[in-house]
Write a protein that binds this ligand. Structure first.
Ligand code: PAF
Length: 284
């Protein structure tokens, strides 16, 4: 497995593989890899000849006061895991490589704004977050030129933002989503789970239990989604979470119509200082 830090080198490698007729799969990450990430790599390996995984903690998608500084950087451990999984190339650029000539982490450079869906739910709580995500993913796509890119669906809204700009801006990349990978107690795997104590990891499983409870109630015919959202927020509050939102929407993140068949329940809540997100996609 190769470890590459510069744009010129990754471009050169991609050209070499392309000349040999190889297809390129891509898994963008911010590192601190867990089994969920490795499943994305395995999925990419099952679909393309060569798999590139990027590791870059992107300052542009963090707002002031968020955890950019403390976000775990575990490159040696990550590269070992990727090697064991069969990944071909790790692309781990420095901030200066990704945002050259910028003294403010790319905030003074061109950015990709995906209107409307970037401003709701996660986007409302984290202004500018999805612009940072869309911008870095677009830059990475231009560097890696993948045929296929695989993303986890824990970040359901992120996935919609990426699909939207890829379509709007005609990027020739197939976007594939992988189902959420969970711990045995149901907690969605996340790099930020490493901020939780073991007691909190047990407690955090309540988010998924609550999403499942809502799903059960919807399958039992309950259509008052506002009441279900209120119940879930109160329930999680009572269990010690500080709720950001629990919302039931259609698959495109719009308010569901009575006839909507594909729904997604999105939740974001703090446990201590750790912000957790989860979702459950349901068909009725
Ligand atoms: O989901 C993530 O880890 C990040 O948002 C991504 C897609 C790697 C962009 O920095």
């Amino acid at each position: 497995m190769q470890i590459i830090h510069t744009i010129s080198e990754i471009r050169q490698q991609v050209v070499t593989y392309r000349q040999k007729g190889k297809s390129i799969g891509f898994v963008p990450t911010m590192g601190n890899l867990h089994q969920g990430h490795l499943e994305l790599v395995k999925m990419a390996l099952s679909k393309t000849d060569i798999v590139i995984c990027s590791i870059f903690v992107n300052p542009l998608q963090f707002s002031e006061g968020e955890d950019f500084e403390q976000y775990p950087r575990t490159l040696d451990r990550d590269t070992e895991k990727l090697k064991q999984t069969g990944c071909h190339i790790v692309f781990a650029p420095a901030v200066d490589e990704m945002y050259p000539q910028s003294t403010v982490d790319g905030r003074d450079q061109s950015q990709i704004i995906v209107p409307d869906i970037s401003d709701i739910y996660e986007g409302a709580s984290r202004p500018g977050h999805f612009t940072g995500v869309a911008t870095i993913v677009a830059k990475l796509f231009n560097m890696v030129q993948p045929d296929t890119a695989v993303f986890g669906s824990k970040d359901y809204q992120q996935l919609q933002v990426i699909k939207r700009f890829v379509q709007d801006l005609c990027f020739p990349v197939e976007i594939i989503s992988h189902p959420i990978v969970r711990e045995t107690n149901g907690l969605a795997m996340s790099s930020r789970n490493s901020y939780l104590s073991s007691a909190q990891k047990q407690q955090a499983a309540a988010i998924y239990e609550t999403l499942n409870n809502i799903e059960g109630q919807i399958h039992n015919g309950i259509k008052d989604y506002s009441a279900l959202q209120r119940w879930a927020e109160e329930h999680l509050n009572h269990l010690g979470f500080r709720i950001d939102y629990v919302v039931i929407c259609d698959a495109d993140l719009n308010k569901p119509e009575m006839q909507s068949k594909q729904l997604v329940i999105l939740a974001a809540a703090y446990l201590g200082n750790t912000r957790l997100i989860d979702n459950l996609q349901i068909t009725i």
